[in-house]
Design a protein around this ligand. Structure first.
Ligand SMILES: Cc1ncc(COP(=O)(O)O)c(C=O)c1O
Length: 390
């Protein structure tokens, strides 16, 4: 039997339909607790505990429905959801404590992940060495030293692209676990597990939900995730039923949204490249982008995230941001609406000046999450704000 297509799975996978009620969409099980023991012969078990539901920090049917939908889109055997993306990342990394000793990570990480890796993980015995994406892509280091490699498959905010297939192959040869944060790609543009990663993490706050109205995180793997499940319980990093309902509702249109994000990202990047107030554009869909060829091999679409440097330094960048009208000046990304931010103020505000230099987060760098509006309107707003900088 052939597998259903992406959009069919997005709509139908994981849905809880009870013929007795005839409900068409998954109900919200707004329950902190459940009957336990449950003596019903028809009881439905939580797949994570193989027991009836007991307490929503362990598991909740609406959350299970969401995890099944996400797993089917990721094409991974096992998946867990979390209250936020950082809850997923920290639960996964903390579950490695005591087992794995040395981690190699790219330095071009989301600011909070970098701060967790640099300032917290070493206190739990997990030493983290940091290298550039380019060093990782070239495999120019002693692989034998590392138990775990961690990378974002498209980096924030410089849009560098991980050569996932190549790195995954080397990791397999060396029995090193590969963890990939594929938030910027979403499972529509990249199925990291199928491409060889051992674990994939997402901030579901971004594309997976897609409406900038709730937070979430995901971890998926072909491996057993019971240690991560246990850590989620310890940390209390679980999602609640209403949050899960919102995320599964957003996830149903992931394919439709990503198609438009991909097309708009390309159009807006090409538009910005020609604007005289713009110094440079980072977008792997541009043929001239240094990561274009790697992205072509590792992604099925180039996505809606881009960054660009404006003329006039920090002053120019601030004037540009002030001049935006329909595009909101706000952090976060992956929603239906276009959002612009200066990474030095938001995502990378906590990153030291020294590290900013290495990952090339300059004062004049603007990050743009291109939404699903008509791209001509996005371009008009950008053009107007850019012209006000002079
Ligand atoms: C690439 C990436 N990973 C993880 C996170 C953390 O996700 P959350 O804010 O949902 O905790 C973010 C947040 O911006 C991100 O951009």
């Amino acid at each position: 039997m052939t597998k259903d297509g992406f959009n069919t799975r997005a709509v139908g996978s994981g849905e809880i339909k009870d013929k007795r009620y005839g409900n068409v969409v998954t109900p919200i099980f707004q329950n902190a607790t459940f009957l336990y023991p449950n003596y019903s012969e028809e009881k439905i078990e939580d797949p994570n505990t193989k027991d009836s539901y007991i307490y929503s920090r362990w598991g909740n049917p609406t959350v299970t429905a969401l995890e099944e939908k996400y797993a089917s889109l990721e094409e991974a055997g096992n998946a867990l959801s979390f209250s936020t993306g950082m809850a997923g990342i920290t639960s996964l990394m903390m579950s490695l404590i005591g087992k794995k000793k040395r981690v190699l990570s790219i330095i071009d990480l989301y600011g909070q992940t970098l701060s967790f890796f640099k300032n917290k993980l070493p206190r739990y015995g997990l030493d983290v060495d940091l290298v550039s994406v380019d060093t990782l892509n070239s495999m120019d280091f002693d692989m034998g030293k590392y138990d775990v490699i961690y990378a974002e498959s498209m980096t924030n905010p410089s849009m560098k692209v991980l050569d996932l297939k190549k790195v995954a192959e080397k990791c397999k040869e060396n029995h090193t676990d590969l963890i990939v944060d594929a938030t910027f790609c979403s499972p529509y543009n990249q199925n990291s597990i199928k491409m060889g990663a051992d674990y994939v993490v997402h901030s579901g706050t971004k594309y997976l939900n897609g409406h900038s109205d709730t937070m979430s995180g995901f971890v998926a793997s072909e491996r057993d995730l019971s240690a991560v499940f246990d850590m989620r319980k310890n940390l209390g990093a679980s999602m609640d039923a209403f949050q899960a309902y919102l995320v599964q509702r957003g996830m149903k249109t992931l394919g439709l949204r990503m198609k438009q994000h991909n097309a708009n990202g390309q159009a807006v990047a090409e538009f910005l490249k020609e604007n005289s107030h713009v110094l440079s554009v980072n977008y792997p869909g541009l043929k001239t982008d240094p990561y274009h060829e790697i992205a072509e091999r590792n992604m099925s679409g180039f996505g809606g995230m881009l960054s660009f440097r404006v003329k006039g330094g920090l002053d120019g960048a601030r004037k540009f941001m002030k001049g935006l009208k329909s595009i909101s000046a706000a952090p976060s990304l992956g929603g239906v609406e276009s959002l612009a931010t200066l990474p030095i103020d938001t995502s990378h505000g906590s990153v030291s000046m020294e590290d900013r230099k290495i990952i090339v987060v300059t004062d004049d760098l603007v990050r743009l999450s291109v939404g699903i509006e008509d791209h001509e309107d996005i371009e008009e707003d950008l053009s107007s704000a850019l012209s006000q900088m002079a």
